[in-house]
Ligand binder design. Structure first.
Ligand code: ACO
Length: 436
């Protein structure tokens, strides 16, 4: 980061001396005011619940311009990556900062493929879960458990360990998600097939059975690969910040990523794709497109607590570029599967049209986010609704690990430790129990 020519001056109305603070410039995006010495200089903290105005780190991985609706991975627009690259190239880009050439891609893909199996013992660990456990509960447990199975790569301060655990995590997540699915379906686990693509192998582990030959449908394979690319990273969102904060204590990479999985589960974050599809199914049960107006009135009623899931974003105040790409993919998949008249897709289009024209949404700059269409694609592919967020976790793993490794390599990194504005009781004495 570069020191700007100007500085920020903070003055106080009570006559306390003003303080100067340095301003830094990134390569693009807003400048930041460096407040690290503020407490030492003034005895005050800043107050910013939800990090509305706080940059928690410097990062060179992903850039979002929320007003323009722009998303760049290492400088490359998501629209170009989604069309010209596959997920393995995207992983290479996020992890190492550059798009590989053909030989580099082959070498990286081979390295990932070498780690797709999980320790055979993990299936016994999985067996401890109830068959109806939510896949995200299972994933939180399984990813955390990787540190017990792969303790030869858990030293976060060792670059080789970090590299091996990054590759292991990217390689094993599809296997774990598919195992969680097969376990709930009561079907045998399918071992990975390394001659298939990353997405194709995942489809094989999900949908093949030992009884029949399974052929990967290339349209679905491409759609899944695109879902993975679109979800691969999104700068300092809640789960990524969780991974960084968790990792900042020096814990092992598997534990830090498990924390990210747990955070992603929430309906305001990765759980929105599941919540969005459940919402569409509820409206469909109530009468479908004819009930959209009634549903929208509930959404706009402040007392109802009903939200239009898949709409709104902390950073995007314009169309989420991933939502546009996902809508395209959605159409392609539905056509390829002969589901062009899918009622949920029609319903989603009707909801989107109304919302984009409605004052409530226009004034608040609420647009569809990536989750608005991803659920419809996944459902069409045959992925159960409860597994949607686990697919998101699979794809986001590369972003989490790239961000974690970036943090560890940053000479300015410290254990994350926010401060607070205390509003509780002042010091008081404990009374003997009979007098309370
Ligand atoms: N439906 C209806 N109203 C909404 C929605 C929505 N989906 N999203 C925001 N609003 C309203 C809020 O009620 C608020 O209105 P007010 O100013 O009258 O009080 C205003 O828009 C601003 O919203 P905030 O909640 O303050 O925005 P914030 O940045 O804190 O929240 C969030 C962003 C959590 C994504 C929110 O828009 C939301 O809950 N959306 C639905 C869930 C969702 O789709 N999440 C996925 C996010 S993308 C991802 O993780 C991949």
């Amino acid at each position: 980061m570069k020191l700007a020519d100007n500085k920020a001056t903070l003055s106080f109305s009570n006559g306390a001396p003003s303080v100067d603070m340095p301003v830094y410039q990134g390569s693009v995006g807003p400048d930041v005011i460096d407040i690290r010495k503020l407490y030492a200089q003034t005895g005050m903290f800043t107050y910013d619940p939800g990090f509305l105005s706080t940059a928690s780190c410097q990062s060179a991985i992903t850039y979002i311009d929320g007003d323009k609706g722009e998303l760049l991975y290492r400088g490359y627009p998501i629209e170009q990556l989604a069309v010209n690259c596959d997920f393995m190239e995207t992983c290479h880009l996020l992890l190492y900062g550059n798009l590989p050439n053909a030989a580099g891609k082959a070498e990286f893909t081979k390295r990932v493929s070498n780690h797709t199996m999980v320790n055979e013992q993990m299936q016994f660990f999985l067996r401890g879960f109830r068959r109806d456990a939510h896949p995200m509960a299972i994933m939180t447990g399984l990813v955390g458990a990787l540190s017990a199975f792969y303790h030869d790569s858990i030293d976060i301060n060792n670059p080789e360990h970090r590299e091996v655990s990054a590759i292991r995590l990217i390689a094993k997540m599809p296997t774990l998600v598919a195992m969680a699915y097969k376990y709930s379906a009561g079907q045998p686990y399918m071992y990975p097939k390394n001659n298939l693509s990353y997405a194709g192998n995942f489809m094989h582990m999900m949908f093949a059975t030992p009884c029949e030959e399974y052929k990967v449908n290339p349209v679905i394979e491409r759609a899944l690969d695109r879902i993975f690319i679109l979800h691969a990273d999104h700068e300092q969102n809640a789960s990524t910040s969780t991974v960084r904060l968790c990792g900042s204590s020096g814990t092992n990479p598997f534990a830090a990523i498990a924390a990210g999985v747990a955070c992603l589960w929430g309906p305001a974050h990765g759980g929105a794709n599941e919540a969005c599809l459940n919402m569409l199914e509820d409206i469909q049960r109530m009468g479908g497109v004819s009930k959209v107006g009634e549903f929208m009135n509930q959404v706009k009623d402040k007392n109802s607590n009903v939200k239009l899931m898949g709409f709104g974003h902390r950073v995007y105040k314009n169309y989420d570029p991933r939502a546009k790409l996902m809508q395209e993919t959605c159409k392609e998949v539905l056509v390829a599967l002969g589901l062009e008249n899918d009622p949920l897709f029609k319903l989603a289009m009707a909801l989107e049209k109304i919302a984009l024209e409605d004052d409530y949404f226009v004034q608040r700059k609420l647009y569809p986010n990536v989750d608005f269409y991803s659920g419809i694609v996944q459902r069409a592919i045959g992925i159960p609704v409860s597994l949607f967020t686990a697919i998101f976790a699979l794809a986001r793993t590369v972003g989490w690990i790239a961000q974690l490794n970036e943090m560890i390599g940053d000479p300015e990194y410290k254990i994350g430790r926010p401060r607070q504005l205390f509003t509780g009781s002042e010091k008081r004495d404990v009374l003997p129990i009979a007098q309370r």
